[in-house]
Design a protein around this ligand. Structure first.
Ligand SMILES: C[S@@+](CC[C@H](N)C(=O)[O-])C[C@H]1O[C@@H](n2cnc3c(N)ncnc32)[C@H](O)[C@@H]1O
Length: 220
């Protein structure tokens, strides 16, 4: 995972400082918009959040969902358990196939702010796991800082100084997703934070698998 954790950015390893910085920039608004505009509105939605951080996304999700969060940071997971204990299952580990065997299938695999910390092979591994975890009509939703020609100088500067060392442009993220998913919808948003910033939201599905699954059930 390519992430700068030295110097001034080391303070972001502390959950309270991480959340303070995120709130200052307005990431709560980004989470609110993401969950209301990009998540399926389905009772009992099953969400696997890879790189969940302190699981702040739960603030914007209804009580009746099933939520499982994984994060490499034990400190972030401790904070998630303290704040949201009974609202989900939290694991301070890298998610792997063995976990997925007993967790079942998910409607949404979320990776908010994760891909730009991963190099190409690591991203492919995350997508492998996401494909394995998804129910037949489910989707992977990713949100990451993104370079694009029309963004403001402030947005570009902030993104260039992110802890993540693998920020890409829209084409770069979509190319990576296209090795695992046949249907990718990508949206560039410049309005999700309080400050000028560019996020790319991708919604990735596998249409071939979906139609194969529905064909199979039609013929039963
Ligand atoms: C920028 S933070 C985003 C946290 C959270 N999704 C949010 O929106 O606040 C990225 C997180 O991804 C975690 N991470 C990166 N790769 C991971 C992996 N393969 N499995 C679990 N956590 C991972 C890091 O520990 C870090 O906490």
């Amino acid at each position: 995972m390519a992430q700068i954790t030295s110097g001034i950015r080391s303070i972001l390893s502390h959950p309270a400082m991480y959340n303070f910085t995120q709130n200052f920039l307005g990431v709560r608004k980004a989470r609110r918009i993401l969950t209301s505009e990009y998540f399926p509105n389905k009772k009992g939605l099953r969400i696997l959040d890879i790189g969940c951080g302190t699981a702040e996304i739960l603030e914007f999700l209804p009580e009746d969902i099933h939520y499982v969060g994984f994060d490499a940071s034990m400190q972030y997971i401790e904070q998630a358990r303290q704040r949201f204990g009974n609202r989900g299952e939290f694991f301070s580990e890298l998610v792997n196939s063995a976990h997925l065997n007993h967790l079942g299938k998910f409607d949404v695999v979320l990776a908010f702010g994760v891909l730009h910390h991963l190099d190409d092979p690591e991203t492919a591994m995350l997508f492998d796991l996401a494909v394995e975890a998804l129910d037949h009509n489910g989707s992977v939703i990713t949100v990451d800082p993104c370079f694009c020609p029309e963004q403001s100088a402030i947005a570009r500067w902030l993104i260039e100084h992110d802890r993540g060392q693998d920020v890409r442009n829209e084409n770069g993220y979509c190319q990576l997703a296209s090795t695992h998913f046949s249907n990718i919808t990508s949206t560039l948003r410049h309005d999700l934070l309080r400050v000028p910033y560019t996020y790319l939201i991708m919604n990735c599905k596998n249409e071939a698998e979906q139609s194969a699954t529905s064909d199979a059930s039609e013929h039963q």
